[in-house]
Design a protein around this ligand. Structure first.
Ligand code: BES
Ligand code: MN
Ligand code: ZN
Length: 416
């Protein structure tokens, strides 16, 4: 059952492994052996969770401040009595370690401050990731090219920033070109001040994490390079900075999106949907199998689901179910919210095809906005505003939802 946690729940095993891993890293232990046979029958799965949690526990932020102390742990051994279980365990270790590495990639990009991690920095990182890789190519759509594509909505967000916007496209080719790709679209607002609809000062530093959706796409690409999964995945990352300025977009301004639909920008702080809509229209050119966007989109999702669960909204039930299942299997869970007409009506505008904010249920009205740009393909939206990073003493990016996305992508290779 997805909606309940029974006593034998895989979630309990995942949390126990994570707690065990954290405990090991607090000791001076150099070698650790996991003798957890009997806990979960599926050695592939259990070993993957152990490898993943080891990788993520080994991560230390680098880039600014003091160099972290090297970790003492050198080897992790997974013990099983039957030789036949070894292959499954080895497979799980390889997969889980790659997922953990992908999460760490996402965390590092998320944690970097916005004066380092700019839209240009992200573009450079995408090129770096593809260097020497036969099955990954990167291309960048710059502002001049966005003008030509008529991405008026995306450009309206970066108008007030001195940092130029980039639409980053990463193309992982693991399968025959006849196989339709999964397209991931990740919001990367490298800093969200709110623009002219300026945010209050308290805790504003955390808006450096407003690029975590985009960072998770980098994480998935990184994992795909390591696992070499036979799938085609395209990552699209619209990267912008949202700033107030003399030439910034103002509340009440009307912009025209790439789709031709016009948008009244009632609140410049609802900028994520404004960059995503043009990226989602751009995704059409890849004839996608499915499109999933990942975004720190609304504070409202934290009110609804807290910091544990990502919001999921979709125009296709099968896709939604597959993502929920991927979340359950990996312990990186989401919960679905509806996309009903009543909510869609709330983004009506007297001056444009739609407004960029609605009434209540902010997570749903934001998704209703996006749904108007995703009618030609199967689409799901993950609102990770609550799950992408932790605040307080634990402040830092989590690397979610890389595990859920990878589980979904992996399921495509085994069932088709
Ligand atoms: N990046 C924020 C969402 C956010 C807020 C994430 C707080 C995590 C914590 C997004 O761009 C935003 O500002 N959304 C507004 C929308 C509103 C103006 C309709 C929000 O949630 O307040
Ligand atoms: Mn905002
Ligand atoms: Zn934002």
């Amino acid at each position: 059952m997805i909606g309940t946690d029974g006593a034998s729940s895989s979630q309990k095993i995942i949390r126990a492994i994570e707690a065990g891993t954290a405990a090991v890293f607090k000791t001076p232990a150099v070698d650790v052996v996991w003798a957890t046979e009997g806990l979960a029958k599926d050695h592939d799965w259990q070993a993957s969770i152990i490898a993943r949690s080891t990788m993520t526990a080994a991560y230390a932020y680098t880039g600014t401040g003091k160099k972290p102390e090297p970790k003492k742990l050198k080897t992790v051994t997974y013990w099983c009595s039957a030789k036949t279980d070894l292959d499954a365990a080895q497979k799980g270790i390889n997969y889980g370690a790659a997922v953990g590495a992908g999460m760490n990639t996402a965390r590092q990009l998320g944690n970097l401050p916005a004066n380092i991690c700019t839209p240009n920095y992200l573009a450079e990182q995408a090129k770096e990731l593809a260097k020497g890789q036969a099955n990954l190519t990167t291309s960048i759509v710059n502002e001049a090219q966005m003008q030509e594509l008529k991405m008026g909505s995306l450009l309206s967000v970066s108008a007030g920033s001195v940092e130029p916007a980039n639409l980053i496209v990463m193309n992982y080719k693991g399968a025959d070109s006849s196989v339709k790709p999964v397209v991931l679209v990740g919001k990367a607002v490298t800093f969200d001040t709110g623009g002219i609809s300026l945010k209050p000062g308290r805790g504003m530093d955390e808006m450096k994490f407003d690029m975590c959706g985009g960072a998770s796409v980098f994480g998935v690409m990184n994992t795909l390079l390591e696992t070499k999964l036979p799938v085609n995945v395209i990552g699209i990352v619209p990267a912008v900075e949202n700033m107030p300025a003399g030439n910034a977009t103002k509340p009440g301004d009307v912009v025209t999106s790439m789709s031709g639909q016009t948008i009244e920008v009632l609140n410049t702080d609802a900028e994520g949907r404004l960059i995503l809509c043009d990226a989602l229209t751009y995704a059409e050119r890849f004839s996608p199998d499915t499109v999933i966007d990942i975004a720190t989109l609304t504070g409202a999702v934290i009110g609804a689901l807290g910091k544990f669960t990502s919001g999921l909204l979709a125009n296709d039930d099968e896709l939604a179910d597959q993502l929920l299942l991927g979340g359950t299997k990996s312990g990186d869970r989401a919960w679905r919210l509806p996309l009903w007409e009543e909510y869609d009506k709330q983004i009506k505008s007297n001056f444009a095809d739609m407004a960029n904010i609605g009434g209540e249920a902010g997570t749903i009205t934001a998704a209703c906005f996006l749904a108007r740009f995703t009618k030609s393909y199967k689409w799901a939206h993950l609102d990770i505003a609550g799950t992408a990073w932790l605040s307080g003493a634990q402040k830092g990016a989590t690397g979610r939802p890389v595990p859920m996305l990878m589980e979904y992508i992996r399921s495509k290779t085994v069932s088709e």
